[in-house]
Design a protein around this ligand. Structure first.
Ligand code: GLC
Length: 542
């Protein structure tokens, strides 16, 4: 939807496809129960009709799938579960034919333990150049039987695993995801080749996994825990205080040298036409820290998780909008907005689930779609899907195996397309997909919602179409009145009621509403709780 001369990604709507859960052709290695590349290609017209600008596809590289593809064994090939390189080429070509861009997921922080480099590192032994591609160290204690430092894996347990010759290697995630040593120049060279490989195949951009993690503080010293949290898991403490605590000691995250990597990638992307882009998954703590990733010579975008982390409060939403623009403006970057992805509880459920959760989710989405910048959406949110309570025997998230906590499987349940029973058209035949779908999803399928007034799918379609008509602006006016958020974007006013009572609306033509609103003659007098509207001064059309 960008104006001429403006890079496409500045205000794109990007749809995230979780490859194993989007659609299955049934004809690739995973069979009908696992999504694949031809399945995605066959559903691209749906995404074009939904009105998105780009598709980000989670990793489909060769991988033993311990973290569902975020453990890459070969960055230059497609896992046979999902298809072949030809299938990837077909997908990119078809997307481009339909006017959709394709963003590939890049995983540079770690490889799989089945990557040729890690196998060579194990075989070559301590002190070898092969080991120097990863972070191998001797252990502490008289016999080296204690890990080299106190770091903990994001997925629970120690961040170090010992190998038979006695050394330890670092993995900030699963044991099967050894961290690369980005201080070794070989790593940067390898990833430049990976970038070029996919850019040459037509990729329009990269979503960069764990972008804040690549370079570790050289000393690999212990992490100091904030007072009162000693003995607790630092990753849980971090999650609980993501926004509040900025004094956290993090020798493994957000190190200054990491930014050199993105300066180099910026130059690589500039060799190609078509405004190619990187978007950082950087769980940095403040808007300013996030902005550092999108300085003019680094990445183009970074996910703004602060919007996703905000509670159901007009003030919290307003604060995120204000602080985001304040941080992005000085570096000339446009913001991004996101409410759900494959790592977090779906936003319908975060907002309480059921009818109220859905009403709030629709209202928050409609508000977000009016904000300048890019909007990222996770597959199935346009259907109003909730987090699924996946039975313990069906869980597959590595963090479940490491911690016994529920994990992320509940937002990864395959998309329901049609029909009355699983697999709801996800793949051919009647086989349940890799995570069983709920039995009560018949009313949520794409088929069941298409053309139905008031359905979440039709709300998304209408909102994405109306978004294209919004006035082009670089900033918005934001204010809070009681528990109501008011955003002015040019002559369009967005009102979100986070309170518990109906509130009067300013006069104006009702362009869109996230839920039922009484609007006599197209003009609404008041706004119920948990609802958002877009209004335009009456009598003005463009
Ligand atoms: C990112 C991904 C997540 C993955 C992790 C390790 O946070 O989004 O799914 O498990 O990185 O690669």
């Amino acid at each position: 939807m960008s104006a001429p001369g403006r890079e496409w990604w500045r205000d794109a709507v990007v749809y995230q496809v979780y490859v194993r859960s989007f659609a299955s052709s049934g004809e690739r290695g995973g069979g009908p129960g696992i999504g694949d590349l031809p399945g995605i290609t066959s559903r691209l017209p749906y995404l074009r009709d939904l009105g998105v600008d780009a598709v980000w596809i989670t990793p489909f590289y060769t991988s033993p799938q311990h973290d569902h593809g975020y453990d890459v064994a070969d960055y230059l090939d497609v896992d046979r579960l999902f298809g072949t390189l030809d299938d990837a080429d077909d997908l990119i070509a078809r997307a481009h034919e339909l006017g959709l861009r394709v963003i590939v997921d890049l995983v540079p922080n770690h490889t799989s333990d089945e990557h040729a480099w890690f196998r060579a590192a194990l075989a070559a032994g301590p002190g070898s150049p092969e080991r120097a591609r990863y972070l191998f160290r001797d252990g502490r204690g008289a016999d080296g039987s204690e890990p080299p430092n106190n770091w903990r894996s994001v997925f629970g347990g120690p961040a170090w695993t010992r190998v038979p010759d006695g050394q330890w290697y670092l993995h900030l995630f699963d044991t099967t995801q050894p961290d690369l040593d980005w201080r070794n120049p070989e790593i940067g060279d390898m990833f430049e080749a990976v970038l070029r490989f996919w850019l040459d195949r037509g990729a329009d951009g990269f979503r960069v996994d764990v972008a804040h993690g690549l370079v570790k503080e050289a000393s690999l010293r212990d992490q100091e825990m904030p007072p009162g949290t000693e003995g607790r898991d630092p990753n849980r403490v971090r999650e609980e205080s993501m926004v509040a605590r900025t004094d956290f000691d993090e020798p493994m995250w957000d190190q200054p040298e990491t930014h050199d990597v993105y300066r180099r990638w910026h130059r690589v992307l500039a060799d190609y036409d078509g405004d190619r882009m990187d978007v950082a998954e950087a769980w940095a703590r403040t808007p300013e820290a996030i902005a550092a990733y999108v300085r003019p010579d680094e990445m183009q975008q970074a996910f703004n998780f602060l919007w996703l982390l905000a509670g159901w409060s007009a003030q919290e939403f307003a604060d995120v909008v204000t602080s985001t623009f304040a941080a992005m403006d000085p570096v000339g970057a446009s913001p991004t907005w996101v409410l759900s992805n494959h790592d977090v509880v779906r936003h319908v459920t975060r907002y309480g689930g059921g009818a109220q959760g859905l009403a709030r989710a629709r209202a928050a989405t409609l508000t977000m779609l009016a904000l300048p910048g890019s909007s990222y959406h996770y597959q199935g949110e346009e259907l109003g899907l909730e987090q699924v309570d996946v039975a313990p025997e069906d869980r597959q998230d590595p963090s479940w195996f490491r911690t016994g906590e529920v994990g992320r499987d509940g937002c990864r349940v395959p998309v329901p397309w049609s029909g009355d029973a699983p697999p709801y058209g996800f793949g051919p035949g009647t086989l349940q997909p890799w995570i069983p779908q709920p039995l009560d999803w018949a009313g949520l399928t794409v088929q069941a919602q298409t053309g139905v007034e008031g359905s979440t799918l039709e709300l998304y379609r209408a909102a994405l179409a109306a978004r294209r008509e919004l006035p082009a602006v670089d900033a918005v006016d934001v204010r809070v009145e009681a528990d109501v958020l008011v955003v002015e974007r040019g002559d369009v006013t967005v009102v979100l009621n986070c309170g518990t009572t109906e509130v009067p609306l300013p006069e104006g033509e009702l362009l869109l509403a996230s839920g039922p609103v009484d609007a006599a003659g197209g003009v609404a007098g008041s706004l119920p709780p948990d609802t958002a509207v877009w209004l335009r001064p009456a009598g003005r059309s463009r």
